[in-house]
Design a protein around this ligand. Structure first.
Ligand SMILES: Nc1ncnc2c1ncn2[C@@H]1O[C@H](COP(=O)(O)OP(=O)(O)OP(=O)(O)O)[C@@H](O)[C@H]1O
Length: 252
């Protein structure tokens, strides 16, 4: 099977400092993968390279067989490479439902129409309803974003990303700011993501990572240290070693 994302030999130097070093990684449709590593390991830099925010010093990035290494971030979005926070420009006074309507209309390039037009377009109205349902946002559909709990905002961000019909969804700390006791709601919503969608998650909440990801990729000092199942990663002494001293909550 052709990999959906095929990264080969990706490196990035900042003024002689190598922050991504020769990273090779492939993701297939439907994969549930997490990228972890201690602070400063190069996770954000890697995602910035993949999404086109940064240009690599060397290496190639292919999406569904197409070389996107030199494409702009916007062109990559159009090809289905969506990062959750890229689309999350939330307006405090707009409701959850209005946000999703706008996102779907934007995708359809129908922003010149008024919001009500979604309701006159059955396919789009159904799509908004499906996004609300999938992310567990039906009870707060008519709530202004400014009044949402943090976890609900995170779920709206994911729903907005899904409105762009991604092939690969990069989730940037989907549980950031969410109380640990509430992170199961994020996991429940992630469990309902479309089966053929590939997901790459960067997250510091190891419970969420271990429960969500079928494969975990560990970065350390810009390099790919290892990858494996939750069980393999949790018991790998190299992983324990890179986390020791740098973080209190090493994978366990
Ligand atoms: N624009 C830049 N110029 C110079 N150095 C940079 C730049 N961006 C990142 N770095 C360095 O690259 C290294 C990797 O940073 P990066 O933010 O990718 O790590 P991270 O794994 O995402 O960390 P965290 O978990 O703390 O967010 C760090 O040492 C950082 O200081």
């Amino acid at each position: 099977m052709t990999a959906l994302l095929d990264v080969k030999g990706l490196s990035k130097n900042f003024d002689g400092l190598q922050v991504s070093a020769d990273i090779t990684l492939a993701l297939h449709p439907g994969e549930r993968c997490a990228l972890i590593g201690p602070n400063g390991a190069g996770k954000t830099t890697f995602v910035n390279l993949v999404t086109g925010v940064l240009a690599p010093s060397s290496g190639t990035i292919r999406l569904a067989g197409q070389d996107v290494t030199r494409l702009s971030a916007q062109a990559r979005v159009r090809l289905g490479l969506i990062r959750s926070f890229q689309v999350a420009r939330l307006f405090r006074s707009m409701t959850v439902h209005e946000h999703l309507e706008l996102a779907v209309l934007e995708r359809e390039r129908k922003t010149f129409r008024v919001f009500a037009s979604v309701r006159r377009t059955p396919g789009l109205a159904d799509e908004v309803a499906g996004l609300l349902d999938g992310m567990g946002l039906v009870p707060v559909a008519d709530t202004a974003v400014g009044a949402l709990a943090y976890g609900q905002q995170r779920l709206l961000e994911i729903a907005l990303a899904l409105a762009l019909k991604p092939k690969l969804l990069i989730l940037d700390e989907p549980a950031a700011g969410v109380p640990h006791s509430e992170s199961h709601r994020i996991l429940d919503a992630l469990d309902r993501l479309p089966a053929d969608l590939a997901v790459l998650m960067i997250e510091h909440d190891m419970d969420l990572v271990f429960r969500f990801a079928k494969r975990i990729v560990v970065l350390a000092q810009g390099r790919l240290l290892c990858s494996g199942t939750a069980q393999e990663i949790a018991t790998d002494p190299r992983v324990r070693e890179v986390y020791l001293g740098s973080r209190a909550n090493a994978p366990h």
